[in-house]
Design a protein around this ligand. Structure first.
Ligand SMILES: C[S@@+](CC[C@H](N)C(=O)[O-])C[C@H]1O[C@@H](n2cnc3c(N)ncnc32)[C@H](O)[C@@H]1O
Length: 459
């Protein structure tokens, strides 16, 4: 069989196996939805049972997940950098700023490895993802013409050629505006490659779109089935509506993340290739789409990303869902926690009042560091009349222990909500000396904590 060879694949004629890093310790930083998500922490069973949003570089994260999750993941969907050569910015909106105020661009990630390095990196990543899958687990990678053809050859080698299932063409949507002006044939599709570990997917539920109005069978009778089965060309038929949210100016799904995918697209994959309760993994979750869809469809999920703004956007989307299964925010690069934020420290002030067993925390002020503030366009800054506009939301751990924020109160600004409530209360079960930890998440993707002592006296 023909073979793709990239620099570094062989040393002295011997295939260099995947560069596995020693498993980095994963540190749990936050738990949302109760400590239940942490029961038995440290054991593989606990690591496999909780939903996880993991911050870190993909080889560190996957190597750290292997002890808990090898052979347990039912579905991998990944939308990795495509080797486009570009930089991608998160467009942060400041609540309450005038409609026409420019958004604040915060670098989300770079996608400029160069093709040789991309292929080597992708081959290593794909091998780690394969090892996390159960036998018969499904693997989807979302790419475009920059890298899809190289990826196909790499994946045939990583999974074995019999594992290949389909190449799916996703038509991005209608052609208008600047896109219509481009020379030559207009680029209007992405490519998804679908593999099954071992060659046969254990789960596959066909999807159908409704019959077109007035549809009759060849014998003139009305159809008896549930609809027309979806083929491997998506969004190319008026009844199969899966247009990219990136071409819709007013999609309610958009959160400002540059390469955010549609929930409907990801939902189609999850419905077809996983069952409720299965573990779904996305190692490049960006704004959190896969985790949000998994949550809505009752799947368990593990979602990872190297970008702090991706983790911020994903956390915010998940917490905005309201009722949610417990999940942990984790870090696979513990040294990173000790590094100073590049744009400097933010400052948060809060005070506590106690009345009997009831404690009330008021947020008093918040300020971005001067360097972060200087990145905000003057017209946008002028629209900030109150310090709370810089904050998207905050969590309070009323009985903070062992370095993990157990979010007892979660306060998030709903879409379009100008004023964030700045007061939260809690009733303690008994007297004692507690530490309450407030963690505020700002609109530029940073987080700041403030610890407060709470003395609850006996009645
Ligand atoms: C195309 S975007 C994913 C967008 C996502 N599907 C969504 O709906 O928002 C690719 C993501 O890969 C992340 N990424 C790039 N290099 C990475 C690496 N080495 N390790 C982990 N994540 C990485 C980027 O931060 C980015 O969020």
């Amino acid at each position: 069989m023909a073979e793709l060879v990239w620099p570094g694949k062989y040393r002295d004629g011997v295939r260099v196996e995947v560069a596995r890093r020693p498993p980095a310790a994963i540190r749990v930083e936050e738990v949302h939805g109760g400590r239940a998500g942490l029961a038995g922490e440290g054991s593989p069973a606990a690591g496999a049972s909780r939903n996880r949003l993991v911050h870190g570089d993909v080889p560190d994260v996957l190597a750290a997940l292997l002890p808990d999750l090898a052979g347990r993941v039912s579905l991998v969907y990944v939308d990795p950098p495509f080797d486009t050569g570009g930089d991608f910015d998160f467009q942060a909106a400041i609540p309450g700023a005038p409609e026409d105020a420019p958004r604040v661009a915060v670098r989300a990630y770079r996608d400029a490895r160069g093709l040789d390095a991309w292929i080597a990196w992708f081959a290593d990543t794909a091998a780690l993802l394969r090892d996390l899958l159960v036998d018969g687990g499904s693997f989807y990678v979302h790419l475009d013409a920059h890298a899809a053809h190289y990826a196909k050859v790499v994946l045939d080698e990583v999974f074995g050629p019999d594992a290949f299932q389909r190449e799916i063409v996703w038509r991005i949507g209608w052609v208008s505006g600047y896109k219509a002006k481009s020379r030559g044939w207009i680029r209007n599709h992405d490519t998804l490659l679908f593999y099954a570990k071992g060659g046969r997917p254990v789960t596959f539920a066909k999807e159908y779109v409704p019959y077109p109005p007035g549809y009759v069978r060849r014998d003139g009778k009305p159809p008896r089935g549930v609809g027309v089965p979806v083929d491997d060309v998506w969004n190319a038929h008026p009844l199969d509506r899966l247009d990219s949210i990136q071409i819709m100016s007013f999609s309610g799904e958009k959160v400002g993340y540059p390469t955010q995918k549609n929930e409907a697209l990801v939902a189609r994959i999850l419905r077809a290739s996983s069952k409720p309760g299965d573990i779904v993994l996305d190692a490049f979750v960006g704004s959190g789409t896969t985790a949000v869809v998994a949550e809505k469809l009752g799947r368990r999920w593990v979602a990872c990303d190297a970008s702090p703004v991706a983790i911020h956007a994903a956390r915010k989307r998940l917490l905005s869902l309201g009722e949610i299964a417990p999940f942990a925010v984790e870090r696979a690069d513990p040294a990173a926690g000790d590094r100073a934020a590049p744009e400097g420290k933010r400052s948060l002030r809060a005070r506590v009042r106690v009345d009997g067993r009831r404690a009330t925390i008021d947020l008093v002020s918040f300020a971005l560091a001067a360097r972060a503030l200087s990145a905000v366009p003057a017209a946008t800054r002028a629209g900030v009349k109150h310090w709370s506009q810089w904050i998207d939301g905050y969590c309070i751990d009323w009985d903070h222990q062992a370095g993990v924020l157990n979010a007892g109160s979660r306060v998030w600004r709903a879409r379009g909500q100008a004023q964030l409530p700045l007061v939260a209360t809690h009733a303690y079960a008994g007297p004692g000396r507690y530490v309450a930890l407030v963690k505020a998440f700002d609109v530029l993707g940073g987080a700041t904590t403030k610890a407060l002592r709470v003395d609850v006296d006996p009645p």
